[in-house]
Design a protein around this ligand. Sequence first.
Ligand SMILES: O=C(O)CCC(=O)C(=O)O
Ligand SMILES: [Fe+2]
Length: 528
Amino acid sequence: MGRILKRAELKVSLSTRVSPIFTSFTFPSNLTGNLIGDSHFFFSQEPQLWERSMISLMGIEIVGQIDKINGKELSYNDFAERYLAKSQPVVISDLTEDWRVREDWVAENGLPNLNFFATHFGKSRVQVADCDRREYTDQKRLEMSVLDFVEQWDKDSVEDNGEDGDDDDDDDDDGKSVLYLKDWHFVKEYPNYTAYKTPPSFSDDWLNLYLDHYQMHEDRENFQKYDQISCSDYRFVYMGGKGSWTPLHADVFRSYSWSANVCGRKRWLFLPPSQSHLVYDRQGYMKNCVYNIFEEVNETKFPGFKETTWLECIQESGDTIFVPSGWHHQVYNLEDTISINHNWLNAYNLACVWDLLWKDYKDTEESIEDIRDISDDFEALCQRNLAANTGMNLNDFFIFMSRFALGNMVLQESLNPCSSAMAQNMVLNLSTIKTMMMKMISAGGVTAKDVSLDLRETLEDPQFLRFCRDMRRTYKMIHKEEDNEVLFPEEFLLKIMGFTDQKMQICSPKDLVEMIDRCNTCSSNPLA
Ligand SMILES: O=C(O)CCC(=O)C(=O)O
Ligand SMILES: [Fe+2]
């Protein structure tokens, strides 16, 4: 990633710096002037505001471009070593060529095939962001059918192209908003339509594998509605016209994300995690993040913002981008665009997820400290708030890790030869889970009294065996090993049960650590 421009050098190319896309830019309301080709381009009576605006209008400092590599020449180990382990963003070409959606969802002219959506998926109810309206920390969301969304989109693009006789390009003038369909759980909704195949580089995905078999929250009564709507999985379709955008954010529980353009182009701006504190107004509970890096950023609230340095990339149609954990990003659709986005986590970013979870837990606790004494079950309240705000609480994390570790032990026992790349992956997974459990213990890892995993019950549960089967298929695919579909015979399962103590329950992080240690000592796997 070469350094391309310094802030001082950028003064000469001011107009290209400020414009997130080339058609829409919002001036502070009390400034007037001509942005392009004029160095005295606006005037304000308020010197302070002038100065503050100068910072934002001078734009952000872009210091480099994201690497771009060819997916055909990328092995899983290369990707893991260079990008997952080092937490570096990258754009990868040639991973989507054989996807069905690149045929079905794209018209001959390269634009989204809106008719196809209307005909096949028109009845789906989806969340649509109004890109011109902020609501708290995000864009205002509307719920509508896919049919209504594509009809509106079609109508807006006819008008934007001047086909209705009005060639005014400015959305603000006619009060029309740019709409952006986001977070559509498409795969969950249409499991029989094989829209695309997750590339092997992004397939070591504990999150979606787990959610295909279990719910995130054990506390079903409290979270049923929330689970069904928001947490069913983290595989999404995004689609929006030119000018639609996503405000600055870091992804849900500091997971990784990947995003592939089925058609269209996006502009991404990235901030490394070492600078995250510069885009928040304070630490702790209720802190606010800068919303739009191309609008006026309040210098008093965000004094560090002017120090931030950004990486940029233009993601072309068919390209896939990898967004590492904790990197803030803001995204623009430069054309009418459809993308597939997944969030995921694995051994390489589990520590980021744990760190965020623990920080959010402490913030949640602090935010309701004043009702501790009058609350019947303060701990349960903290966990409920944490799950609602962060998407996962400490109990969820513990049960998730326990089931995942158990699955890895089962797979490890069934592997032959046991020195394969897949076996090494199991070893990495188990040792990472053990490290997280040790962190949980030393943090005073709170888990509710009634949270536990019964070993016999789990190992005999057909759901758990399906989970193990899918896990096995996935790792075989990633490591290009032949899958002989060995089921899990009784003897393996009995052996796994032998790794626990007599109570046959995993009730705490300490129990899980002990079980992983026993598995390492007894396992037939020489790597362990
Ligand atoms: O494409 C977008 O608008 C946002 C995508 C995003 O934030 C992500 O994939 O993490
Ligand atoms: Fe994101």
